[in-house]
Design a binder for this molecule. Structure first.
Ligand code: SAM
Length: 178
């Protein structure tokens, strides 16, 4: 019994340390988008979807699972660096039988994003700056970027939705072309 408790305690401790470690590395905690934010982000994809939908930093899977359920005939991809949130999202994917969802435990900065046309994210000011630099290097077609809370510093949003929450959280929508 004591052995089992020790194992559980060690696992809990390792999980907390790992989340803290990745948060320090990326500067972004695995905080999930609120229900209102998810709804607004999904609703802001207001044109026919062409190609896969990507969540850059998919955390525990909140947004990426909502995407996979709304678009069962499209490929949906999530990138996540933190192993525990990634593992939980994998469990959720299989328990919901989401065949169209692929979850990579990988830095999205190492992925080729230029050919995708729908990117969603909830990052940080620094994360948005990295994404912007990456977009400038790789963009080869028209791309829709939907960002919870944080803006792309040098681009003009085509639309800014203000959520009806205490922070009036902004959702930024961009239509970028090369
Ligand atoms: C604020 S959470 C958002 C989670 C989810 N997208 C949502 O909206 O509910 C941001 C996530 O991005 C992950 N992340 C940050 N930088 C990353 C990177 N370069 N590559 C992959 N994941 C990253 C973090 O580990 C964190 O879990």
């Amino acid at each position: 019994m004591v052995f089992l408790e020790l194992i559980t305690l060690a696992f809990a401790l390792l999980s907390v340390i790992s989340i803290l470690w990745t948060t320090l590395q990326t500067g972004i905690p695995p905080m999930r988008s609120s229900g209102k934010a998810c709804q607004a982000m999904l609703a802001s994809i207001d044109r026919p979807v062409d190609g896969p939908l990507i969540d850059l930093g998919c955390g525990w899977g909140t947004l990426v699972i909502a995407l996979a359920r709304k678009y069962p005939h499209h490929q949906v991809i999530g990138y996540e660096l933190s192993w525990l949130p990634w593992l939980i999202s994998i469990v959720r994917k299989y328990s919901l039988h989401l065949e169209n969802l692929t979850l990579y435990r990988k830095d999205f900065k190492q992925a080729e994003l230029g050919n995708y046309s729908n990117l969603l994210c909830y990052l940080s000011p620094e994360g948005m700056l990295s994404l912007q630099e990456k977009m400038k290097r790789e963009l080869s077609n028209e791309i829709l970027v939907v960002s919870n809370t944080f803006a792309l510093p040098s681009y003009q949003a085509t639309k800014v939705i203000r959520l009806k929450d205490v922070y009036q959280t902004p959702i930024y929508v961009y239509s970028l072309t090369s």
